[in-house]
Design a protein around this ligand. Sequence first.
Ligand SMILES: *[C@@H]1O[C@H](CO)[C@@H](O)[C@H](O)[C@H]1NC(C)=O
Ligand SMILES: *[C@@H]1O[C@H](CO)[C@@H](O)[C@H](O)[C@H]1NC(C)=O
Ligand SMILES: *[C@@H]1O[C@H](CO)[C@@H](O)[C@H](O)[C@H]1NC(C)=O
Ligand SMILES: *[C@@H]1O[C@H](CO)[C@@H](O)[C@H](O)[C@H]1NC(C)=O
Ligand SMILES: *[C@@H]1O[C@H](CO)[C@@H](O)[C@H](O)[C@H]1NC(C)=O
Ligand SMILES: *[C@@H]1O[C@H](CO)[C@@H](O)[C@H](O)[C@H]1NC(C)=O
Ligand SMILES: *[C@@H]1O[C@H](CO)[C@@H](O)[C@H](O)[C@H]1NC(C)=O
Ligand SMILES: *[C@@H]1O[C@H](CO)[C@@H](O)[C@H](O)[C@H]1NC(C)=O
Ligand SMILES: *[C@@H]1O[C@H](CO)[C@@H](O)[C@H](O)[C@H]1NC(C)=O
Ligand SMILES: *[C@@H]1O[C@H](CO)[C@@H](O)[C@H](O)[C@H]1NC(C)=O
Ligand SMILES: *[C@@H]1O[C@H](CO)[C@@H](O)[C@H](O)[C@H]1NC(C)=O
Ligand SMILES: *[C@@H]1O[C@H](CO)[C@@H](O)[C@H](O)[C@H]1NC(C)=O
Length: 828
Amino acid sequence: MLKAKKLLFSTFALLELHMLLPTRAAETFIRNPIDFVLPFIGTTDGGHVFPGATLPHGMVKAGMDTNSPGNQAGYDADPQFLPIGFSQLHDSGTGGSASLSNFKIWPFASCPSFTQCPTDLFGRAVPRKLLPDGSVDDFASPGYFASNLSTGIRVELTTTRRTALHRYTFPANSSQPRLLVDLTDDGQQSGSEVKMALNPSTGRVTGGASFAGSFGPGNYQSFTCVDFHGEGYNFSGPTEYGSWFFDTVTQNATDLDEVFSGSSGALLTFPRSPVRRGTTSILVRVGVSFISSDQACSNAEEEIPDWNFNRVKSDASNEWNELLGRVQINPAGVDQETIKLFYSSLYRTHIVPADYSGENPKWQSSEPYYDSYYCNWDTFRTLYPLLSLHDPSRFALITRAMIDIWRFEGNSSEGGCPNAGELQSNNGFKEEAILPTLQMGTQFLENSLSSEYHEYAGALNVSVSDLYSALVTDSESEPNDWDLQGRQADIWVEFNYIPDELFLDFQGTPTRQVSRSLEYAFGDFAISQVAKILGNSSDAAKFAQRANGSFNSWNPTTTLPGWPTVVGMMQKRNSEGVFDQPTDPRHCSVNDPTHSTCFLDSNNHDGFYESSPMVYSQFVPHDTAQLITLQGGQQAFIDRLNIIFNQSYFDVTDEPSQQIPFMYHYANRPGLSTKQSRQVISDSYNTSVNGLPGNDDSGVYPLQTLRAMGSYAVFILAGLYPVPATRQFLLSSPFFPSISFTNPLFNSTTTIKAINWQGNPPDGSGTVYVANVTVNGQPWQSNCYLDWSHFSSTTDTTIELTLSNNISLGCGSGANALPPSLSTGGFD
Ligand SMILES: *[C@@H]1O[C@H](CO)[C@@H](O)[C@H](O)[C@H]1NC(C)=O
Ligand SMILES: *[C@@H]1O[C@H](CO)[C@@H](O)[C@H](O)[C@H]1NC(C)=O
Ligand SMILES: *[C@@H]1O[C@H](CO)[C@@H](O)[C@H](O)[C@H]1NC(C)=O
Ligand SMILES: *[C@@H]1O[C@H](CO)[C@@H](O)[C@H](O)[C@H]1NC(C)=O
Ligand SMILES: *[C@@H]1O[C@H](CO)[C@@H](O)[C@H](O)[C@H]1NC(C)=O
Ligand SMILES: *[C@@H]1O[C@H](CO)[C@@H](O)[C@H](O)[C@H]1NC(C)=O
Ligand SMILES: *[C@@H]1O[C@H](CO)[C@@H](O)[C@H](O)[C@H]1NC(C)=O
Ligand SMILES: *[C@@H]1O[C@H](CO)[C@@H](O)[C@H](O)[C@H]1NC(C)=O
Ligand SMILES: *[C@@H]1O[C@H](CO)[C@@H](O)[C@H](O)[C@H]1NC(C)=O
Ligand SMILES: *[C@@H]1O[C@H](CO)[C@@H](O)[C@H](O)[C@H]1NC(C)=O
Ligand SMILES: *[C@@H]1O[C@H](CO)[C@@H](O)[C@H](O)[C@H]1NC(C)=O
Ligand SMILES: *[C@@H]1O[C@H](CO)[C@@H](O)[C@H](O)[C@H]1NC(C)=O
C-alpha cells in the first residue's frame, strides 16, 4: 500500500463544535459544509488531487505548482518539493502526463537587479515556509488557497469560472516587488508557438501558446490576459518590464513570438505601497480562454471588474456551501473524521468535469461545453448517479455537452462519443468510452426524465431523440479509430463477444478482449433501458439480448489455482468459439505469479484491462442472478466473494472492483455487504494527505480515478450503492443517524433515517444491519435496495431503516425482495 509519509497540516486541527450550528430549518445540521472539507487529502504520494481554488466544475483552477515528479495536479504537499509557480487551469486526480498547469505567475521579493531575477522554471524555485511540526504553511478551503513562501511573500488565490484572482503580499523588506508571467510551461513544458504582448503603460500581458494534451493525441491552444492592481494603493503601471527566455531577461522587450518551445514570458516590477515599513499587496487578475487573448481579457473584465479579492472569495465559498449543503447529515454521535471524509469526498466529486462553455474552439454552438471528463470509464459507476441525486441540472448540462460533441464529431471518422475531453484531446485510448456515455444517458433518462418527463424535460432541455441516436450510433457504427473512441462495433455485433485474435488496436496487438466484451454488453443493457423508456420495444429487446453476450465469455471449466471449488471464469475465446488461450484468473492481481500489469501496453495480450479475471468474472451488473447460477449457486457465490476479499483480489484502487462489496445482496446476504463495504472505508480511506486508496507501489496508474473514489466513498458512507443504468440503489446502512439529499430540480428532500443507529465500528459489525424499511411510513418491498422514485418525488420522502445486530438477515420475503436481474424478470 502507500508509503506512509505522515504530513500533518495546521488545517487538520480538530474542528470545533461551533461548526455544528443549531438547526434553523429542521433538517439543516451542517450550515457551512466547507468547514469540513480538507482539500489536501490525496495531495502527496501520487494522489494527484488538486487542492487549489475553483468554483464547482469551474474552468479555472488556480493552484500552486511544485517541482515534484508526477505533479499531475500541479501540487505536492511534501515540503521537499518546491513551488515554481501559481497557474490557472489544472485537472484533478488523473494519471497521464501533467498538464493544464498553464500560465504560471511567480513573485520575486528581491532580485539583485531586474535582469538578474532567476526566471527559469526550475531556477526560480524556493521552499515554502514550514510550520513548527515540519509541514508546509499552506491552507486551502473550497474556492481559496494560500501559502507562505520562505521569501516572506504570502500568496492567495481565488477564482470565478474563467478567471483567477491572485494576491501577492510582499514583505516590508521587499524594495522591488516583481512578478513573472510564464507563458510556456503547462506542467510538461510542451508550450510552443508562443506569442506575447506586454503593454508598458498598464503592465497588461496578453498571449498564448499551443500545448500538448495529457492522455491522447493532438494539441490545444490556450490564451491569457494578465492585469495588475495595487491593493490599498494605486499605480499606473510597471516601473520596469521586459521579456525573459530561460534565465535571460531582456529589459524593455514587449513581445515574444517563438515557434519552438522554451521557457519564456514577461517580467514586471511594480511600485511599493506608499505605507512606510508596511507590506505591499499586488492583485493579479488572470483571464483564460481557449478562443483568444481578447476573449481572456473580456472574461476577466466581466467576471472580476471590481478587483475585490474578498468578494470573489466569499462568492466562491457561498456557492460551495449551497451545493454541498444539499446533502445533510445528522452529526450526533459521529466522529469528526467521518464527517470530514464525507464532505471532502463530496467536494472532490465537483471539481471536474469542468465547464468550458463559451470556450469551444472547434465548432459554433450555444450548447454547454465541458472538458476534463477524464475518464468516463472511471466515473459512470458512481459519479453521475450521485449528481442525479443532488445536482441534476449540472448532470443535464454535462449530458447536453456530450450530445453536442456527438452532433459535431459523432458521425465523422473521428467516431463515437467523448471519453475524456476534447480540448486536451483526451479522447481516451479506451473504446469503453461508449459504456459510460450510454450509462450516463440512461441514468439521466431513468432518473430525471422518465416519470416526470413532461414536467422536467423542458427545464433540463436535453434532446432525448438526439441522446438516443448518439447511443445507438456509438454502439453500432464502428469509427475508423475505434481504439481511441467508440467501440469495435462490427465485430461485437457479428460475434457478440470480441474474439481474441481478430483486429489489432492502435498498438498493433489484440488487447482487452474480455473486458471490452463485458463492457460492450453492459453498455448495450444501458441502451435497452433507454429504448424501453422511449417505448421502442424492438430496440429494447435487441439490446437486452446483446447484453446477454456477457456470458459468451464464460468458460465453465476454468478454476482458480489452489481453489478447485472456484469453478468458471470469464476468459478469451477465438472467432471459432474456442477458449484457446487461457488466462490465469490471478493475472494482474497481487497474487499473479508473473507480476503482470493489465495496463494499456503492447505486452498486454491477455484479455483484461486494469483488473484480474477474478474481478471481471463478477462484472455483469445487469444480471448478477445469472452469474450466481453459473458460479454454482448462492453459497458458492458467497464463498467466491469471500475469497475475492480474503485473498486480496478486491482492488479498491481501481473501479472494476467497486460493486463487489455490495454483491452479497444478490445472494440474499445484505449483512455481509454492509460489513464488507464498511471495511472498505476503515481499511482504505482517511483524511491524511495520503489518505486515499491507490498507489504507485502496485503499479496502478496513480489515482487517475480519484473523483470516482470520492463519489464511491460518499455512497458507502450514505449506505447506498447505485446500480448503473438502472433505477436501483443497493441499500446498506448510513454512517450517520440520518442523511438527506435535497434535489433542487424536484424541490424536495429525501431523508434516510437509521433507527437504532449506534455508531460505526471499524470492522463493519455492530448494530449496522438493515432489518426492515419503511417509506413514508409504509413497509417497502425490500431491505436490499431503494428505487429512484424515492428520490424523484416532488414532495419530501422519509425512509426509515430499522437497524439490528443480526448479520444474517435477508432482503425480505416478498417476490421483489432480491434486487432485480435481467434473467429473473428484468428491470421495470
Ligand atoms: C501566512 O502568514 C500569515 C501572516 O503573515 C498568516 O496570517 C497565515 O495564516 C499564514 N499561512 C497561510 C497559509 O496563509
Ligand atoms: C524579509 O522579511 C521576511 C519576513 O517578513 C523574511 O522571511 C525574509 O527572510 C526577509 N528577507 C530578507 C532578504 O531579509
Ligand atoms: C485609486 O484610484 C481610484 C480611481 O482610479 C480611486 O477611486 C481610489 O480612491 C484610489 N485609491 C487610492 C488608495 O488612492
Ligand atoms: C529601458 O527603457 C527605459 C525607459 O525608456 C530606459 O531608461 C532604460 O535605459 C531602458 N533599459 C534598457 C536596458 O534598454
Ligand atoms: C450526425 O447525425 C445526426 C443524426 O442523424 C445529425 O443530426 C447530425 O447532424 C450529424 N452530424 C454530423 C456532423 O454529420
Ligand atoms: C435548449 O437547447 C437548445 C439546443 O439543443 C437551444 O437552442 C435552446 O436555446 C435551449 N433552451 C433553453 C431554455 O435553454
Ligand atoms: C427504435 O429505434 C430504432 C433506432 O435504433 C429505429 O430505427 C426504430 O424506428 C425505432 N422503433 C420505434 C418503434 O420507435
Ligand atoms: C443468456 O446467456 C446464457 C448463457 O449463454 C444462456 O443460457 C441464456 O439462455 C441466454 N439468455 C437469453 C435470454 O438468451
Ligand atoms: C476465505 O474464504 C473462503 C470461502 O468462504 C474460506 O473457505 C476460507 O477459509 C477463507 N480464508 C480466510 C483466510 O479467511
Ligand atoms: C491513511 O491512509 C494511507 C493510505 O491507505 C496510509 O498510508 C496512512 O497511514 C493512513 N493514515 C492514517 C493516519 O491512518
Ligand atoms: C420548494 O418547496 C418549498 C416547500 O417545501 C416551497 O416553500 C418553495 O416555494 C418551493 N420552491 C419552488 C421553486 O417551488
Ligand atoms: C423491524 O426490525 C426490528 C428489529 O429487528 C423489529 O423489532 C421490528 O419488529 C421490525 N418491524 C417490522 C415492521 O417488521
